[in-house]
Design a protein around this ligand. Structure first.
Ligand SMILES: *Cc1c(COP(=O)(O)O)cnc(C)c1O
Length: 225
């Protein structure tokens, strides 16, 4: 067995069966993706439009691609035809553009809203109030060609587990607040509430805290060059 398949088998044993593992293959070649595919992995994450488009064209069609990077509205056509989930919607402008593209192409695109939960300003994402605004607009019927399934976030890069836990708990609190918001009742997808959090550095904490999706790159594929 290759190193990639060994790690995937270990992860499969470790992760609860209801947790979706996104193998983050960004910056790694198609051959590495194929090694993971041959080990049974079907969900992969990419963060650059051009790279996603090239890999989607070259690799098996039953791969489910998640887009996890910053997406510019002029790059939608390189991403949306290929993805099963856009995890990183970080502005209402982007959401509206995705909705417009999807309407034109008679598609429904599944998305997560990325929430800013880390201490670093450099990380993308909505603030709490902005998420509520977007969801109220969605519940009013403004975006009929996207399905907002939940939230994604990235914790502060730190070894301090208390900080990581506190960051992740903001996502959980946001999800719970949304679910109990009477103004949104009936306006969101029935299965709203998917939470995507946890990466190589902090996925064990994420799993304990109830992540539905973890996005793991370095542990599976090694350091990105
Ligand atoms: C790169 C990336 C990951 C994977 O990070 P690793 O530390 O390599 O596991 C997860 N989520 C997002 C949004 C990323 O950009």
């Amino acid at each position: 067995m290759s190193a990639i398949s060994e790690i995937l088998h270990a992860l499969k044993t470790e992760l609860p069966s209801n947790v979706t593992l996104v193998a983050v293959s960004k910056f790694h070649p198609a051959e590495a993706v194929m090694e993971a595919y041959d080990a049974g992995q079907r969900v992969f994450g990419e963060s650059r439009p051009q790279e996603l488009q090239a890999k989607a064209a070259a690799l098996p069609k039953d791969i489910r691609w998640h887009f996890i990077g910053h997406l510019q509205t002029n790059k939608l056509k390189m991403v949306l035809p290929y993805v099963s989930l856009v995890e990183s919607v970080d502005s209402e402008h982007l959401l509206a553009a995705i909705d417009g593209w999807a309407a034109t192409h008679e598609r429904i695109i599944d998305v997560l809203l990325e929430m800013h939960i880390a201490a670093e300003d450099t990380k993308q994402g909505f603030a709490r109030e902005e998420i509520l605004d977007v969801l109220h607009h969605a519940a009013e019927g403004k975006y009929r060609n996207v399905r907002i399934l939940g939230l994604m976030g990235m914790a502060t890069l730190t070894d301090d587990e208390a900080v990581i836990r506190s960051d992740f708990s903001k996502l959980i609190a946001m999800r719970d607040e949304i679910r109990s918001d009477k103004g949104l009742a009936g306006g969101l997808p029935e299965n709203f509430g998917l939470l995507s959090f946890g990466m190589t550095h902090d996925y064990k904490i994420a799993v304990v805290m109830g992540a539905d999706i973890v996005r793991i790159g370095t542990l599976i594929f090694g350091q990105r060059i």
